[in-house]
Design a binder for this molecule. Sequence first.
Ligand code: ADP
Ligand code: MG
Length: 406
Amino acid sequence: MSALDASPQASEFESPSLGAQVADLKVAFENAYGAPPQWVVAAPGRVNLIGEHTDYNDGFVFPLAIERYIVIAAARPENPSADDAIRARSTMMDGEAEFRLSNLQPERRDWTSYLRGAFAGCLDRGLNPGALNVLVDSKVPLGGGLSSSAALEVATATLVEAVTGQTLDPVEKARLCQWAEHNYAGMPCGIMDQFSSALGAEGKLLLIDCRTETAELVPLDDPNIEVLVINSNVKHELTGSEYPERRTQCEAAAKTLGVKALRDVTSEQLEAARDKLDDVTYRRARHVVGEDERTSAAAAALRSGDWDTVGRLMYASHDSLRDDFEVSCPELDVLVELAAGIGSEGGVIGSRMTGGGFGGCTVTLVRKGREREIAEKICTAYKERTGGEATPFVTKPAKGSHIVQD
Ligand code: ADP
Ligand code: MG
């Protein structure tokens, strides 16, 4: 038996069907609340091909929405305890949470923070859904760096659109969800995750300019290329201050260099000003400035089908995240090293850690037809090297948030 077959998630290597997920959720909803749902919405997770820790520096990122969705089903309660009472359940959690739209408690931290924050952002914009029973289901691994949190926020905002019959501008929707993550989950993230989930498009990567909050769609439709995501299944519990600390270091570097954000600095300018920065701040800045350049270069290479260049840039991104930005971890390094060891002769184009770091996933571009063999090789060797179980899956760029039923 192969490592892939042995893994409990073997059947999850291919993308799960959204239709089947919705059908199962409708049944679960009726079991939970005694009536079928009136509204069903979906919002995907995302994987970032390249451009890491650049979003909050006003730079470029290059993600795709993945074929793994958070789906929310909802209905008006028959006898609500109040006309603004939300009852929320998740197929992943026991029990039920309840809160009121008139008292959304930003300081309360639990899994409903993401819902409460998105409801608050919608209310601020005049979209009031009223009392609801809600059931959440997800195929986005939680805490795996594929942004289940953003998917949950964007799905919630999409639910409010469905219930109110009002439409949010998709960029505005991403912004309000980012605001929710900052103010209700306490995570000062950039715009990438919410943007990808709200605006993802089938067969397309999003080259997002995080300063102007605009995206160019770049086709990833070469039938010979597959996106392989491998979850290390580790999440190093650090102090939790690492992300804000990196952000602060980047802001300090920009300030010293006299620019609004690191987006405004070229590699040459950074080298010329090197003696103004202490070593750590310099290396943080070198990552961001180099990563912005790599991201633009990768988009150009991808457009012209220059896969060797795309691959080289992915490996360079990983090295920079490991050495200069210091957000990788041994498990992610092993996954990338194993992919690089298979190399282009074995069908691997490039590989890197993806997401915030300290665990989570790698993204690897591979030649079509080799994906299972490559995933199996990497996961088997990963187990030998780390003792841990890695979970691989393939995806194509998927459609962003949408209403499934209203
Ligand atoms: P990531 O965004 O990388 O998946 P985060 O830590 O930012 O990881 O977000 C994960 C959190 O989002 C979970 O701890 C939980 O609170 C919430 N969450 C995500 N998916 C679900 C779900 N299906 N049901 C309930 N809560 C969820
Ligand atoms: Mg998150």
